[in-house]
Design a protein around this ligand. Structure first.
Ligand SMILES: *[C@@H]1O[C@H](CO)[C@@H](O)[C@H](O)[C@H]1NC(C)=O
Ligand SMILES: *[C@@H]1O[C@H](CO)[C@@H](O)[C@H](O)[C@H]1NC(C)=O
Ligand SMILES: *[C@@H]1O[C@H](CO)[C@@H](O)[C@H](O)[C@H]1NC(C)=O
Ligand SMILES: *[C@@H]1O[C@H](CO)[C@@H](O)[C@H](O)[C@H]1NC(C)=O
Ligand SMILES: *[C@@H]1O[C@H](CO)[C@@H](O)[C@H](O)[C@H]1NC(C)=O
Ligand SMILES: *[C@@H]1O[C@H](CO)[C@@H](O)[C@H](O)[C@H]1NC(C)=O
Ligand SMILES: *[C@@H]1O[C@H](CO)[C@@H](O)[C@H](O)[C@H]1NC(C)=O
Ligand SMILES: *[C@@H]1O[C@H](CO)[C@@H](O)[C@H](O)[C@H]1NC(C)=O
Length: 845
């Protein structure tokens, strides 16, 4: 009994310690948590962009990557479905997400917004608020401020109730109000300024016990901290010297739009930007995004933001570490952390070491010393003298010296392995035979008005005002009469349908036949549609399925940006051009299958599906349903939609999202083969995917699958080949490493050898296969002067013939191996005078 009590009090003590409140304050150098200065590495992971089953793994992957803090927005329109009607289930379980972060022993930055932009539908603000009379978003406007304050208070109270603020023993150390408003404040004149100040005051009055931040908000009033969002923030200084230098968004990649290219930001440049930030006095840094994830359902903003929000982030859309980026940044974090104490508590001087090269040296009274030496020249490597030693700095790089002597990390020297990742197609098993396609049941929708029309109007309406975003779709129909005397009927040349629209897309049908699709591109919504059409003598029905593809996410008065037709004409009739714009148009909101909920629960029984052994190809307006097994294994799953047109997909009623394997119209010269990391990055600098579909694969979270009997439903708008739809598994099939003799080896330090080896840096290559897979073959190994990149390495003139033997001995049949570039392993007298390197490509299986 006594023992029990003892244990109990011990448990209580432990619980108390874990939950004890923390005092978060700040000064001009850093955040101070319980009297300790903190240098924090933070990672944006947005809870609704993955599923709860993925959260612990994602947070753990961040932690293993050397991250201390998770940062997320709060997504108002996912939580307040109608005024006062709140939802916190499933992917929107904010409390569970915060607790997941807490359980991992990490901090949380809660960016309440509640306006967030974030490439998220309508910037996160509920569409219903736009229809509360008199509302103008993001300015000194009573209805907006009323609802914003109400929601902010609701979230703060929810967090308080669950004791999630650091002041209550929880993980939340900072909260954010508004988001990048500084860019737009002036568009709202005096009211903009008043609104920003009101927002700050309103936030502070919430009494959370933790500081508030506003990003890109240069007039943020005390005690609110203004923070930086950019590709580089080393030059940023907060507007008050009493505020620490915080970087809320470092973009390690960029988002995509349907029909756009695939942006990549090289790991070397991301690391460079981060190292420069800490070199120049930064103390909190966040990757936006660290895991981008997926815009499930219709949550993607627009127009045209893809369902994938991969972002080329350190953790890919499917939750796998993206290597080398994730690994390179992990080693960077380790190097920076080795300097933390002297960085935050020491004094600094900066020393010019020549053109474009400077050292920032941090020292304290105990004799500790840490230095960051940067070369910001974007072309030329530099060799400089620092403290009587010589250092070689590649162009556009920073070296980190936690003891002012040894370089443990250089941002341009990537020692991390590169993973070879593939989307591997699944052959399907149906009643013990392998088949190539799902067995589809179908239902076809009739083009045009179904059921009772919603209204008839002369002329056009605004799409968003009409659908209120309850659906992407709005049918417009009208008819024209064609006389038998029309010349085109005799000559056989077709009249042309000419449409102008402010956005976002449409599918045109004439007499029930599909005639074509028009849409804007990039984030440019307006478009013209010009297509020959088949008309016949007599009455012709013109049916236009107009659509939005995600609502505007930001910009001055973005809430008033509309979308829809402005002109519809037919050219090539005897009378010349006929303008149908002011005709009587009949309207219907949504498509019938959505209304019947054919994708979910009992809705599936609202029609009689037709079984097909060979589903029709290129058939527009078709619903497809198949019963599918979960793909074997535990790798993440994607749906290959390469051969489909455009539409929506669901699994077991869960919304996969919009699919649209739209090809980018860019020519190959608009893309890069190899990306030069040197020099300032911009989102178009290192694009791939020219001429390819922007998004071919659609993430279907594993946790949505049952072992068998899963129901996959699609709504296809314009037609495709459903026989080619497949599940694919995202598999790591191999690993590569390329390490040179002059590479630093902070990773060895981080592997437990917790002191810097002052005598000798031993560079090494490390290869690891995921999970319980092993290195089954060494495809390439060369110590000497190999060239090329992972997948296409080539031997150079200088090559140690024992390379493969040595690598195989170290790695074969192992999950993880280290090959040191030592004399015992490789010939020391090989090609003297050359800095030699080791390139390895291994197969994981
Ligand atoms: C929190 O820490 C700051 C700075 O160290 C200090 O000024 C303040 O009094 C502390 N607040 C509480 C409630 O302990
Ligand atoms: C170098 O340090 C001086 C003195 O602390 C400071 O005024 C100056 O802004 C620094 N320069 C740079 C480029 O950081
Ligand atoms: C560099 O060398 C000079 C001359 O030997 C010596 O006086 C100086 O103290 C050295 N500096 C450092 C930082 O070691
Ligand atoms: C996108 O559309 C605009 C306007 O029609 C056009 O100028 C531009 O060239 C298009 N861009 C691409 C990549 O197709
Ligand atoms: C939407 O409707 C509102 C209210 O009727 C109107 O003020 C606004 O101009 C409309 N927006 C567009 C883009 O037509
Ligand atoms: C063409 O013009 C004639 C004469 O103005 C008119 O009667 C007829 O309705 C027009 N046809 C169409 C298709 O508008
Ligand atoms: C499905 O078919 C059955 C038998 O023909 C019929 O009774 C039923 O009404 C149909 N259901 C629907 C939703 O059309
Ligand atoms: C390869 O390794 C073997 C065994 O260690 C050694 O005897 C031989 O000299 C090496 N060959 C070369 C070319 O270095």
């Amino acid at each position: 009994m006594k023992l029990c009590l003892c244990l109990l009090s011990l448990l209580l003590l432990v619980t108390f310690t874990v939950a004890s409140s923390a005092n978060v304050s700040y000064d001009g150098r850093s955040l101070i948590i319980d009297a300790q200065r903190k240098l924090l590495i933070s990672a944006s992971i947005h809870y609704p962009r993955s599923v709860p089953a993925m959260w612990p793994g994602l947070v753990q992957t961040a932690k293993e990557g050397g991250v201390d803090v998770i940062e997320t927005y709060v997504f108002w329109n996912g939580h307040e479905l109608s005024p006062g009607n709140y939802y916190f289930g499933g992917r929107f379980d904010l409390v569970k997400f915060a607790q997941t972060v807490q359980q991992a022993g990490m901090y949380l930055i809660l960016r309440i917004g509640p306006f967030v932009a974030a490439e998220w539908n309508f910037g996160g603000v509920p569409v219903w608020l736009h229809y509360v009379p008199g509302t103008v978003f993001r300015t000194y406007n009573q209805p907006f401020m009323y609802h914003m304050q109400k929601f902010t208070t609701y979230i703060v109270n929810l967090m308080k109730q669950e004791k999630l603020f650091a002041s209550q023993g929880g993980p939340i150390i900072l909260a954010q109000i508004e988001n990048e408003y500084g860019y737009y404040e002036n568009f709202y004149k005096e009211d903009g300024k008043k609104y920003a100040l009101w927002a700050a005051k309103m936030a502070v009055s919430q009494n959370t016990g933790v500081p508030w931040i506003m990003c890109q908000q240069w007039d943020a009033p005390d005690p609110v901290i203004d923070t930086c969002n950019s590709f580089y923030c080393d030059q940023f200084t907060p507007t008050s010297p009493n505020r620490p230098k915080i970087w809320t968004e470092n973009w390690p990649g960029w988002f995509k739009t349907f029909g756009g290219r695939d942006p990549h930001r090289p790991a070397e440049d991301v690391a460079f930007s981060v190292a420069r930030f800490f070199q120049k006095g930064g103390s909190v840094h966040n990757y936006y995004m660290y895991h981008g994830g997926t815009n499930f359902g219709r949550t993607a903003g627009g127009p045209f933001i893809t369902t994938s929000y991969d972002y080329d982030a350190p953790v890919d859309e499917y939750g796998l570490p993206r290597l080398p980026k994730w690994g390179h940044l992990k080693e960077l974090h380790r190097a920076i952390k080795l300097c933390e104490h002297v960085l935050l508590n020491g004094k600094s001087v900066n020393i010019s070491l020549g053109p474009s090269v400077e050292a920032d040296v941090y020292t304290d009274s105990s004799g500790a010393c840490a230095a960051f030496i940067s070369n910001v020249d974007d072309k030329n490597d530099k060799t400089v003298e620092f403290r009587n030693a010589s250092f070689h700095l590649p162009a556009w790089s920073v070296s980190i010296l936690p003891d002012c002597k040894n370089v443990v990390f250089n941002t341009a020297k990537v020692t991390s392995q590169t993973s070879v990742v593939a989307m591997v197609p699944e052959s399907l098993q149906q009643s013990d035979k392998v088949v190539n396609s799902f067995k589809w049941d179908i239902v076809k929708e009739k083009p045009g008005i179904w059921g009772k029309a919603d209204f008839v109007k002369n002329g056009f309406v605004d799409l968003i005002n009409t659908t209120k975003d309850t659906t992407d779709y709005l049918w417009h129909t009208t008819s024209i009469f064609v006389s038998e005397n029309e010349e085109f009927l005799k000559k056989g040349n077709k009249p042309v349908l000419l449409i102008e629209s402010t956005g976002h897309a449409l599918h045109a049908f004439v007499n029930q036949e599909y005639e074509g699709t028009g849409s804007g591109n990039g984030t440019h919504a307006p478009f013209t549609f010009k297509n020959p059409i088949s008309l016949r003598a007599g009455k012709n029905e013109i049916a236009l399925l107009c659509l939005t593809v995600g609502l505007q996410t930001a910009g001055p008065f973005y809430d008033f940006v509309g979308a829809g037709l402005t002109s519809v004409k037919i050219k090539g009739l005897n009378n010349g051009t006929i303008d149908l714009s002011s005709y009587a148009w009949t309207y219907k909101i949504g498509v019938q299958g959505e209304y019947l909920r054919l994708y979910q629960g009992n809705g599936l029984n609202n029609v009689n599906w037709t079984s097909t052994s060979e589903p029709p190809k290129m058939q527009p307006l078709t619903w497809y349903k198949a019963i599918v097994d979960a793909p074997p294994g535990d790798e993440p799953v994607g749906l290959d939609m390469l051969h489909m047109g455009k539409g929506l997909a669901w699994l077991n009623g869960e919304e996969i999202g919009r699919y649209w394997p739209r090809k980018s119209e860019f020519k190959s010269e608009d893309c890069v083969k190899e990306c030069d990391y040197r020099g300032k990055f911009n989102p178009d600098k290192c694009d791939t995917g020219c001429g390819e579909p922007t998004q071919r694969w659609y993430h279907v979270p594993r946790s949505w699958f049952k072992p068998s009997g899963n129901i996959l439903v699609l709504f296809e708008e314009k037609g495709g080949d459903p026989e080619k739809i497949k599940f694919v598994r995202r598999k790591v099939s191999g690993a590569c490493a390329l390490v040179a003799e002059d590479y630093p080896s902070v990773a060895l330090v981080s592997q437990g050898e917790d002191k810097i080896q002052s005598n000798k840096n031993i560079p090494f290559a490390r290869l690891a296969c995921p999970g319980n897979t092993r290195i089954s073959a060494v495809k390439f190994a060369s110590f000497g002067s190999p060239s090329g990149t992972c997948g296409s390495y080539l031997k150079g003139d200088c090559h140690d013939p024992n390379s493969s033997t040595i690598v195989e001995k170290a790695c074969l049949n192992k999950n993880d191996c280290v090959i040191k570039l030592t004399e015992e392993n490789f010939k020391s007298n090989l090609c003297p005078g050359l800095s030699r390197k080791l390139a390895v490509e291994a197969v994981c299986s």
